[in-house]
Ligand binder design. Structure first.
Ligand code: ATP
Ligand code: MG
Length: 460
């Protein structure tokens, strides 16, 4: 639920609760004060009437009594009925038009003192019966029934006024709180957008909220956080690049034995030729061709070798993974041959992958070097590749010493190595490169077989 809806709802709840509370309070106050007033008024009417009819009662003068009570009934609008009992305690006169109700004398008998007030719940609503002894200690009683309609009518009016006021306040309050909540939520929304950008890794930006409230403070904190994250990432990238360079040099060092081996053959041919030239009269055109071709071969070997030494920026291009694999096998063929390793290529047709060529080359080279180093006494090195939906799966499998359970958790950690001359950076670099390409890397290994699997998305 949006914040502004919550604020409007809160406003409605507060106003309705206040309306109900005020209504209840007013009801109690109005009811009790009106009742008190009605009772006082009834008492005074009863006493006046009692004085007026006292003689008629003593003389048993029905007509005068009836006349007096009819008089009062006609002049007071809140009176429902009046009745009077005589000296013997029987009903003497009353104002009931259609005969008096049975048990009327039991409604509110005046037993103690000169006055008794009773609230009666009748068909005509609540009636307050005020009973009065006309003569102290004697039977004759005067009863006046006061209608309570006036109270309920007033209460209804009060309730209506409160209800209408509540509705007006709700409408007005909703419009106001809508306006204010938008005013509050606007900077909040901007802040939310900004944090979304941060979560997407767009560090270094700023959100422009200048208010001096909590939202302003939060925005300032986020701005600082954004700058710090940017710096932090720059530092990480810097040290990562350094790490990558170090690792590259290490990998090149490992390759240098093969390189030396590869350069020695053409050099030997040239050396033999020049030795022969020293003893004979001159070089023939064929001899020159041999020298040129050997020099070309050395040039090609060095060019290919140097490719790995260059480029540590993240340069995306369309990369042919199978071509890289073949090139790697070529580059390492002397180590492979020296250690009697059997190379196997199981390559399927692959789509071009959008990736940084140099990084992928380095990652696969690190895996191949690890595999070669795991098989000092020979074995099989299998490189396979296949397409799987919009991903490419590459596996490097060796039949070497395997990775033991105890170190499986650690092999991707930087600087973890079991080799005397290892840096322990190889696999951590591979891991980082693959994650940088939004890919996955995993491995499985039993006692004497290890397979590293890399999954790369065709498009990053
Ligand atoms: N194919 C494999 N077979 C057996 N063990 C392996 C294999 N690949 C990696 N390991 C183990 O994982 C450890 C870490 O490998 P990693 O490539 O990170 O470092 P390293 O090879 O020791 O050193 P370098 O930084 O020179 O590559 C290795 O020391 C080795 O014990
Ligand atoms: Mg290694």
């Amino acid at each position: 639920m949006k914040l502004w809806v919550k604020i409007v709802l809160l406003n409605v709840v507060i106003v309705v609760s206040l309306g109900v509370l005020i209504g209840l309070t007013v009801r109690v106050v109005v009811t009790s004060s009106m009742r008190a007033e009605l009772t006082k008024q009834g008492e005074s009417i009863a006493r006046n009437l009692s004085d007026r009819i006292a003689d008629s009662i003593l003389l048993d003068d029905f007509y005068k009594t009836q006349e007096a009570i009819e008089d009062v009934l006609g002049s007071e609008q809140d009176i429902e009925y009046i009745f009077v009992t005589n000296k013997k305690g029987y009903l003497f006169a009353h104002t009931f038009k259609n005969g008096y109700p049975t048990h009327i004398l039991r409604w509110n008998p005046v037993i103690e003192g000169p006055l008794s007030i009773q609230l009666l719940d009748t068909e005509k609503g609540f009636i307050r019966d005020i009973g009065l002894k006309i003569f102290r200690g004697m039977n004759p009683e005067l009863h006046i029934g006061l209608k309570e309609n006036r109270i309920s009518q007033t209460l209804n009016r009060v309730r209506n006024v409160i209800a209408v006021t509540t509705v007006i306040v709700i409408l007005f309050g909703s419009v106001l709180s809508c306006f204010f909540s938008r005013f509050i939520t606007k900077p909040l929304n901007r802040l939310v957008d900004f944090t979304r950008r941060l979560s997407r890794g767009e560090f270094g930006g700023k959100v422009n909220i200048t208010s001096r409230d909590e939202v302003g403070e939060l925005a300032e904190t986020f701005n600082i956080l954004s700058q710090e994250l940017k710096l932090y990432r720059e530092n990480i990238e810097k040290s990562y690049k350094q790490m990558l360079r170090t690792e590259k040099l290490t990998a090149l060092g490992r390759l240098s034995a093969g390189l030396a081996h590869e350069l020695r053959n053409p050099l030997t041919s040239i050396k033999v030729l020049f030795q022969a030239f020293k003893d004979s009269s001159g070089l023939t055109k064929e001899d020159m061709d041999v020298v040129l071709s050997e020099v070309n071969q050395m040039d090609e070997i060095l060019t290919r070798f140097l490719r790995f030494a260059k480029g540590d920026e993240f340069n995306l291009s369309e990369v042919d993974i199978n071509a890289i694999i073949k090139q790697l096998m070529h580059l390492t063929r002397f180590q492979i041959k020296d250690q009697s390793i059997r190379p196997v290529l199981e390559l399927s047709e692959l789509p071009l992958v959008r990736a940084d060529r140099a990084m992928i080359e380095q990652a696969l080279l690190n895996l191949v070097i690890n595999a070669i180093e795991a098989m000092p006494h020979g074995g099989t090195l299998t490189f396979s590749s296949k397409a799987d939906n919009d991903r490419v799966v590459i596996s490097v499998k060796d039949t070497g010493r395997g990775i033991t359970e105890g170190i499986k958790e650690k092999v991707f950690d930087p600087f973890f190595t079991t080799k005397n001359d290892g840096t322990g950076l190889g696999l951590s670099i591979v891991y980082n490169i693959i994650r940088l390409h939004s890919g996955d890397i995993s491995f499985s290994s039993n006692g004497n077989e290890t397979t590293f699997n890399i999954e790369l998305p065709v498009n990053i």
